[in-house]
Design a protein around this ligand. Structure first.
Ligand code: PLP
Length: 393
């Protein structure tokens, strides 16, 4: 991967026709160091948010030793790290994948939210006696930008039975949940821990770990969350007051917050129609969340290798390169009013759920990756939120 001082430095030498992913591993390292220092338990990286080997390696070197995976592909990415502890936290897995994870990859921790999945794990591991089984409970996701509650999580009425059944089979019994991605209210975690408490009390079991999942927010324009310190404080207090023993471990599984700042994507404008810009990346590329969840990613225009500003700004929508009309990112993206074909746009905070969402639909989905040394667009891990963006000018 080639390294440049900044995206402008790159554009003074190249005029890429395909979108370019601009990695800032230093931003992922800063986020990881912050989480390792401030979370009152062990931090599992949710590999799905950015499975790039560069990012995994950066997080490992910054002190992350626990990883949450969803598939055999993600497990393979962790093979170079002998001391990585892998948690297979997809609550519904193929039996062949469970078997391979247990017997070939040495994975002992699995999540589940039904008796059927418990049975499946037991059969696939030949009724292993050394399992860490994490019961995923359903919790309120209403304060998150991206609720995940519809698909997974045992309901409160069924949780006690599942906890008791799992306790009988687990060497280590865990409870886990996810409050939804980009959770804007730190108290969502406290309420979820209270719900876990109610289920544990009703079940009459002792648990060995509590995993508060992901959901920690990143900064986007107009969606500025409470300081991350506040999330840590709320979780610490709720965990201290919970019905868990002194020996109970605490885990979290951040994806977005760890890696959002670690990449931007450089796109090229191919046509302008009024306030709509046609660009060379979109909903089937790195901009899935901009299209489907209307994420307002920060943008800056670059013309002739320099940041382009103008006294007048306008709101733009962006069309991606495929022939599908859902390939549309409504924004609004605030850019100079005189944007035109040929201009480049750098779209920030795309380190999480950016490149990993790319498909080859319509033959797109290619493009270079570069490493840049300049600061991310916005940072929750520097003293104040915006100077990083200003330093880039
Ligand atoms: C089981 C699990 N853990 C962690 C995460 C990471 O969540 P986030 O990126 O919101 O931190 C996800 C995201 O889908 C998930 O499904």
């Amino acid at each position: 991967m080639r390294t440049f001082e900044s995206v402008c430095d790159y554009l003074q030498r190249e005029a890429p026709a395909d979108p370019v992913v601009c990695y800032r591993p230093h931003a992922a390292a800063a986020a990881a160091a912050w989480f390792v220092r401030n979370f009152p338990g062990d931090v599992l990286y949710a590999v799905k948010s950015n499975p790039s080997p560069l990012i995994i390696d950066t997080l490992y070197k910054a002190g992350i030793r626990h990883f949450d995976v969803t598939s055999p592909f993600e497990i393979d990415l962790l093979k170079p790290y002998g001391d990585a502890r892998i948690f297979y936290m997809n609550p519904v897995k193929h039996p062949a994948h469970i078997r391979a994870a247990y017997f070939e990859d040495g994975i002992r921790d699995f999540s589940l939210d039904t008796i059927d999945e418990l049975d499946k794990i037991l059969v696939a591991t030949d009724y292993a006696r050394d399992l860490g089984l994490h019961v995923r409970i359903s919790v309120d996701n209403s304060r998150s930008r991206m609720p995940l509650a519809m698909k997974y999580g045992v309901r409160p009425s069924q949780a006690p039975d599942l906890l008791r059944a799992t306790r009988l089979r687990a060497e280590r019994l865990g409870v886990c949940f996810h409050v939804g991605s980009q959770a804007m209210d730190p108290n969502s975690f406290a309420r979820a821990i209270e719900r876990a408490n109610r289920s544990i009390r009703k079940a009459g079991v002792i648990i060995d770990s509590l995993d508060v999942g992901g959901g920690f927010p990143a900064a986007y324009p107009g969606i500025v969350p409470a300081p991350l310190d506040e999330y840590m404080r709320v979780i610490d207090t709720a965990f201290e007051n919970s019905l868990t023993s002194e020996a109970c471990k605490l885990y979290c599984e951040p994806g977005r917050a760890l890696v959002a700042e670690s990449a931007s994507v450089l796109v090229n404008v191919t046509l302008r129609k009024d306030n709509l810009l046609y660009i060379n990346d979109g909903a089937y590329g790195t901009l899935f969340d901009a299209a489907h969840f209307k994420f307002p990613y920060p943008v800056q225009a670059i013309r002739d290798g320099h940041i382009h500003t103008s006294d007048t700004a306008s709101s733009f929508g962006l069309f991606g390169p495929t022939c599908d009309s859902v390939d549309f990112m409504p924004g609004p993206f605030i850019l100079p009013a005189d944007m035109r074909a040929g201009d480049f746009i750098e779209i920030g905070q795309l380190g999480a759920y950016g490149e990993t969402m790319r498909s080859r639909f319509n033959g797109f989905g290619h493009g270079e990756r570069i490493h840049v040394n300049d600061p991310p667009f916005m940072s929750l891990f520097s003293d104040t939120l915006l100077p990083a963006a200003e330093q880039r000018r």
